[in-house]
Design a binder for this molecule. Structure first.
Ligand code: ATP
Ligand code: MG
Length: 215
């Protein structure tokens, strides 16, 4: 049976932290495909500025081009509105006609999962892989998610990955302050950021306000 792994995120910008997690999961679980899915409007980032979707898609494509197992899906961007993972998982299952879907999250995201739309249903629909991330403790999973039934908790698999203390927020901050971002992300993405003037103080960004939330 075909198995697909999804990795959602804002990818603003994509960096080596994302890529190392995806590659580790792919190899460890022997997966044929990892789909990177940039979010249109992540529910947890309402009120925060995020770059235009086409820039985030372009950067994700550049960063994943050299890995034959990696692909970029614009499904959430095309769907528009708020990007809920459960809708995405349903759509992927339908498009690919598959039952087994893995979903990659970093430790920070998995600890928040209880707040996601239809969390319990979502957890029953796919296997979550919770990758270690510096600054977040995966040992808290059981405590944080203790309201979930045990058989659902079993669908969250912790995975130790090479620790990279890199975040998109830090990269954006560095660009804004004119500091180097070299070696934090692929060179092609670094060039794209500089060429398009992303993350500089006056760059046009979308500000998603909570009142714009429901369309
Ligand atoms: P931001 O700082 O803007 O929130 P980010 O670096 O956290 O950006 P996201 O696009 O929010 O990146 O993350 C997408 C997914 O990748 C999330 O599940 C997150 O936990 C995971 N992730 C991001 N960076 C790392 C990292 N350095 N190590 C492990 N997982 C990571
Ligand atoms: Mg994040």
């Amino acid at each position: 049976m075909k198995q697909i792994c999804l990795m959602g995120g804002t990818f603003d910008p994509i960096h080596y932290g994302h890529l190392v997690v995806a590659e580790e999961v792919r190899q460890k679980f022997g997966l044929q495909k990892v789909l990177f899915i940039p979010a249109a409007r992540p529910p947890h980032k309402m009120g925060k500025k995020i770059s235009e979707a086409y820039h985030r898609v372009n950067m994700t494509r550049l960063a994943t081009a050299s890995n034959k197992y990696f692909e970029v899906s614009t499904l959430e961007i095309e769907r528009q509105g708020i990007s809920y993972t459960i809708d995405t998982v349903r759509e992927i299952k339908r498009i690919y006609g598959i039952e087994t879907v893995y979903f990659i999250t970093g430790a920070d995201a998995v600890l928040e999962i209880i707040n996601w739309k239809e969390a319990e249903k979502l957890l029953s629909m796919c296997t979550f892989i919770a990758a270690t991330r510096p600054g977040y403790n995966l040992n808290n999973i059981k405590e944080t998610l203790k309201s979930l039934p045990g058989d659902i908790l079993k669908r969250i698999l912790p995975l130790e990955v090479p620790a990279l203390s890199i975040s998109s927020s830090d990269i954006r901050q560095r660009v804004m302050e004119g500091r180097s971002i070299k070696y934090l992300l692929p060179e092609s993405v670094e060039e794209y950021i500089l060429k398009n003037g992303l993350y500089r103080k006056n760059t046009a960004e979308k500000l998603f306000l909570p009142e714009m939330e429901i369309s």
